[in-house]
Design a protein around this ligand. Structure first.
Ligand code: E4P
Length: 222
């Protein structure tokens, strides 16, 4: 069970890294587009700089920005050559072109996260093509009325039954309950937007207990 940071925001990433729980970082073109306009590679390098600063050796997903299989491979190879960090994986959108790129990148020893998976069969095909990670989009699956929990559970059971090593990442998190459900469905990894992190460790009864302890102790000490 692992939590990844689903963001390219340097401040949010740093705050998470300070707290020890991240086991990876995922970005995508839209996540990057939320950050101040600038050089794409320089921004990724800044993320890598934070990983090095806080002494993390964890996966960092960087997504291609093309629909063409050969260009996907070219961009993926360029990422690996460009970034001085051994845990970069290339995010490839699932599809007919994506499967070709996944196999080619894997043949070259490059780690692949097959993303934008919305169904059981997409995830299975991605795993069969050799993807190291398969990313299921919980929120978007639900957007069109499908039971995301069942999709994750079925993929989990099939990968386990056939000993597929691909790790299941669940993204497209819209609520904390998505995180809890996806973990219970058997996801290996949940990639979570930073806005949920503080909520995940907060509870009004915890605040109440801590306040009471501090108050009682201050009275006893006074
Ligand atoms: C994972 O990294 C996905 O790219 C991300 O979680 C997608 O989230 P969205 O469906 O809210 O765009």
């Amino acid at each position: 069970m692992k939590i990844f940071v689903d963001s390219a925001n340097l401040g949010d990433i740093e705050e998470a890294l300070k707290r020890g729980f991240p086991r990876g970082i995922t970005t995508n073109p839209s996540i990057l587009a939320k950050e101040p306009k600038g050089d794409f590679k320089k921004h990724i390098e800044k993320i890598i700089g934070l990983l090095v600063k806080y002494n993390y050796q964890i996966p960092l997903s960087v997504e291609v920005f093309t629909n063409d299989a050969k260009e996907m491979v070219r961009q993926g190879e360029d990422f690996i050559k460009s970034f001085d960090y051994p845990h970069v994986n290339v995010k490839i959108p699932v599809g007919w072109a994506g499967l070709e790129a996944i196999r080619e990148l894997r043949q070259r020893g490059i780690q692949v996260n097959c993303t934008c998976c919305m169904s059981y069969n997409q995830a299975v095909m991605a795993a069969m093509a050799g993807a190291n990670f398969v990313s299921l989009f919980y929120g978007r699956i639900r957007d069109v009325g499908y039971d995301a929990f069942s999709v994750v559970k079925q993929v989990r059971e099939t990968f386990r039954q056939w000993n597929y090593p691909s790790e299941i990442i669940v993204g497209s998190i819209r609520h904390i309950c998505d995180i809890n459900e996806a973990l219970q469905a058997g996801a290996d990894i949940i990639t979570v937007p930073p806005k949920f992190f503080e909520q995940m460790v907060s509870h009004p009864k915890t605040d109440e207990a801590v306040d009471q302890f501090l108050t009682d102790f201050k009275h006893w000490m006074s």
